[in-house]
Design a protein around this ligand. Structure first.
Ligand SMILES: [Zn+2]
Ligand SMILES: [Zn+2]
Length: 177
């Protein structure tokens, strides 16, 4: 993901637009695998601000994962944008902690590292098939988006059984039973 900036460096105030593609390996996000459908496209606008370069990047990709609640496959667009500054090694660093700044040498900048960092920030921690997905019934495993499965709400979830026993014990200790 390198861009030749030889010409851009010649004149202050100049801009350059380029599109580059990034192949992204499947990522583990919060224990779930997120797969990228094809490469992620980066539309990059570079600006020569007198020695320092600014890159405004818009990234577009498609991801595939499983819904964190009902496990159905989810496929959707992933879009995000960010800015990154680039300077030569002999220039003073930018005095702004909110902006990522990388150092470049020669006539090329490399967007890979900044892109990777921003990609991880842009990915939601959990993928959902829809915001109000009702998930699976903890008792019978039915998909609750397809209707009620008929399980009674007071059927104790086996994972909560120890709590129910404790409550029972406390009730008896208090002589309420
Ligand atoms: Zn779902
Ligand atoms: Zn059920």
């Amino acid at each position: 993901m390198r861009i030749d900036i030889g010409n851009l460096l010649k004149q202050r105030g100049q801009t350059l637009e380029r599109s580059v593609q990034a192949d992204v390996e499947p990522l583990d996000v919060g224990g779930e695998q997120v797969v990228f459908e094809g490469p992620v496209r980066l539309d990059v606008r570079l600006h020569n601000a007198g020695g320092r370069l600014w890159a405004d990047v818009k990234a577009h990709g498609r991801i595939r994962a499983s819904c964190a609640r009902c496990l159905k496959p989810v496929e959707r667009a992933l879009e995000f944008s960010y800015s990154e500054a680039f300077r030569r090694p002999d220039q003073d660093p930018l005095d702004d902690e909110g902006v990522r700044e990388s150092v470049f040498e020669g006539d090329e900048i490399d967007l890979s590292e900044g892109f990777r960092e921003q990609l991880l920030l842009a990915l939601p921690m959990r993928q959902l098939c829809r915001e109000d997905c009702r998930g699976l019934c903890p008792i019978c495993g039915a998909d609750l988006n397809e209707g009620d499965c008929g399980c009674r709400p007071n059927d104790v979830d086996p994972r909560l059984a120890p709590l129910a026993e404790l409550a029972d014990l406390l009730r008896r200790r208090d002589g309420q039973e």
